[in-house]
Design a protein around this ligand. Structure first.
Ligand code: IVH
Length: 673
């Protein structure tokens, strides 16, 4: 081999090692060392070497994650050792009874330590590594045989294609890692939005979506889903083996596997019980679904002595909370008119306890969905609540009540009585009346809140203004006088003057925010900003064709048609004219300065490990909305987002009195915009 060939081969190996290392920093430690661009450069270099020298491609090359051809079906594979299941307990008493049994079996004076881990609600998999190389991945199946989903699992970046071997450590000959594949909730929300938009059925929950994504015949489809994994155990293992579950988790982490950061080692069952109970409230903040806590006796030697009963280990239990679904009676189906005129059917339920909260209403998606599931008023229905997602009616639970009828969308809008329409190709019904009171009010809420963020004028004020008949459309807001505001219940001289001031000041808000506030169908913040940047003014937007609109990224034919229609509508043209006359910015600033976002002028710091996001993603999301994300906390900092194991930055924030946001708080902040 020539010396050049040797050096190319060396470089390829080095690149693979580097990429795998940075992948580990990013996905497992959530602490990247290099920028995305630098990572891409390494990847591109490897890719081009491999293109020129196909003989250098190795199965563990990071370029080999996608690219396997679609399968015809899934081969069945026998697991190296059975994948059991867990006996569940639902009360503190049952938990202590189990601990008592464990103690008796082991000998009463032997100390027992436990490891507790969130029970991830996803899909269990087994990953097999031979001398460090990922060779096979399978679903749990019936516990003895699963389906071979090697190619699909390969696309999940949090799964190492080659295990890391810490310096001085021995490479296990054969290793089986067990873990749970899951669909992070923010990704799940987006996935379902896209499903609905594409006219497909949304997945009922994140677990289903994860399982479904794993069983795609085409790995390229799996690759598009934001799946991740938490590794929680070792199966067959040839080589020097850890001796406790706690060590096994550390071992997994050191060898490149992602483990859950919330695992804890506890020395008494009281502490375990306490922790399990505390988790019920915390589960909402995780960014992924858990359906309980797994408790394992820590020592492997003790585990072995305890053994199993019917493939259920005596050394472990799943502590589960009240179920997240329940059966209750559907009293009535109401219809709510959203701010773009879309009609949303809503279920009024007999109040029922689901997953720790009382639920008395739930979404029903649309008429087709209700008809397909044959859900009728008066029926007993199954209600499901997933994390902080709005409760849903899954379907009828039993026979229909005698005399019950199939549900139909009303012919007329419940508020303005205008005849309802259902545009061809859409699943949602709409009230076409732009002056429909519900739409008007919802538009006003949106305008003063997420869109223009008018300080001192919130939902309650808008409602009062509406009820008094003072504001029925956006321009009315700008014609309000201080006296009128002062006359409102709850307002005094100073508060009225302040509200007046902030309404007037909102005229300075950039064009993109106005566009976002106008409730143009299918125009959210991102599209509004693109429209403002691309076309620059309302006048131009009124003149452009559908084709020109489609040139903007993210705007397809359907969206373009709706936007074009909105701008050609006579009433909307009058509205724009009025707003312009009132002094609102209907064009982008000539300065060429980038358009402001809803968070412009704010400054955030992120510290600690976030669950659902990498730090880069969180940063990008904040920056897209106009926030600045900085490294150090100062008095100028608007808020500090604090994840797991935060550093000194959280303490500094506290010291300076800078507000602290949890990850849930961050999600809320981003969602509200
Ligand atoms: S340990 C003998 N740990 O729960 C089975 N399981 O019913 C030992 N799961 O199929 C499983 N998170 O899919 C274990 N931290 C965790 C888990 C976990 C989720 C799932 C797993 C398994 C089911 C047990």
């Amino acid at each position: 081999m020539s010396s050049e060939a040797v050096s190319v081969e060396k470089r390829a190996a080095e690149l693979r090692r580097l990429i795998e290392h940075h992948n580990y920093r990013y996905h497992v430690l959530d602490d990247p060392e290099i920028s995305d661009a630098a990572y891409d450069a390494l990847y591109d270099e490897l890719k081009s070497i491999e293109e020129e020298h196909p003989e250098l491609v190795t199965p563990d090359s990071p370029t080999q994650r996608v690219g396997a051809p679609p399968a015809e079906g899934f081969r069945k594979v026998d697991h190296l050792s059975p994948m059991g299941s867990l006996e569940k307990v639902t009360t503190a008493e049952a938990l202590s009874k189990w601990a008592e049994d464990v103690r008796k079996r082991l000998g009463t004076d032997e100390p027992v330590a436990y490891v507790i881990e969130p029970k991830i609600d996803g899909s269990a998999v087994s990953l097999v590594y031979e001398r460090g190389l990922y060779v096979r991945g399978a679903t749990r199946g019936d516990g003895l045989r699963g389906e071979d989903v090697t190619a699909n699992l390969r696309t999940i970046e949090a799964i190492p294609l080659r295990m890391l071997v810490p310096e001085g450590a021995e490479q296990p000959e054969l290793l089986e890692v067990r873990g749970e594949i899951y669909f992070p909730l923010d990704g799940f929300g987006r996935f379902n939005d896209a499903q609905i938009e594409a006219g497909k059925r949304p997945a009922p929950n994140a677990r289903n979506a994860a399982a479904g994504s794993l069983r795609q015949l085409n790995p390229a489809v799996t690759a598009q889903r934001p799946l991740s994994i938490f590794a929680y155990g070792l199966g067959v293992f040839r080589g020097p083996r850890p001796s406790t579950q706690w060590e096994a988790l550390a071992w997994l982490r050191e060898h490149g596997f992602r483990t859950n950061p919330h695992a804890e080692r506890l020395e008494s069952i009281d502490e375990v019980t306490h922790a399990c109970e505390a988790w019920e409230a915390r589960r909402e903040d995780l960014g992924y679904e858990i359906d309980g806590i797994v408790i394992k006796v820590d020592s492997f030697e003790q585990q072995e002595r305890l053994g199993s009963l019917h493939e259920r280990p005596r050394f472990a239990r799943a502590y589960k909370w009240a179920p997240t679904s329940a059966v209750t009676r559907l009293r009535k189906i109401h219809v709510r008119v959203g701010r773009t005129g879309v009609l949303n059917p809503l279920a009024e339920l007999e109040p029922v306890h689901v997953g720790g909260v009382t639920v008395s209403s739930a979404t029903l998606h649309n008429e087709d969905d209700i008809r397909r599931k044959d859900i009728r008023e008066g029926d007993l229905v199954l209600v499901q609540r997933a994390g902080d997602v709005i409760p849903q009616v899954v379907g009828p639970a039993g026979e229909h009540e005698p005399g019950s009828k199939q549900w139909r969308m009303p012919k007329r809008c419940p508020l303005c009585k205008t005849e309802i329409v259902k545009p061809a190709g859409e699943v949602m019904h709409r009230c076409p009346n732009r002056a429909c009171p519900s739409r008007g009010l919802e538009t006003l809420y949106h305008w003063v809140g997420p869109a223009l963020d008018i300080e001192g004028v919130g939902g309650t004020t808008v409602r009062k203004l509406w009820d008094e008949g003072l504001v029925r459309a956006l321009p009315d807001l700008y014609r309000l006088t201080v006296e009128e505001l002062e006359g409102l219940e709850g307002f005094a001289e100073i508060s009225a003057a302040r509200a007046f001031e902030s309404i007037q000041r909102s005229k300075e808000k950039p064009f993109s925010r106005i566009l976002f506030g106008l409730n143009i169908p299918k125009v959210g913040w991102v599209i509004a900003r693109s429209l403002a940047q691309h076309f620059g003014s309302a006048e131009i937007l009124q003149a452009v064709t559908q084709e020109q609109l489609e040139e903007v990224e993210g705007i397809g034919p359907d969206r373009a048609e709706l936007i074009a229609e909105w701008f050609s509508d006579e009433d909307n043209r009058t509205l724009l004219e009025e707003l312009r006359e009132l002094g609102l910015q209907l064009a982008t600033a000539a300065s060429g300065r980038p358009e402001d976002g809803p968070l412009t002028g704010t400054q955030y710091v992120i510290t600690g490990t976030l669950e659902a996001w990498s730090r880069e993603q969180a940063k990008a999301a904040l920056e897209t909305l106009g926030a600045k994300v900085t490294q150090s906390v100062s008095k100028k900092t608007t808020g500090v987002v604090v994840g797991e194991s935060p550093g000194s930055k959280a303490a500094k924030a506290e010291q300076l009195g800078v507000p602290i946001l949890s990850e849930a708080g961050l999600a809320e902040l981003l969602r509200a915009r």
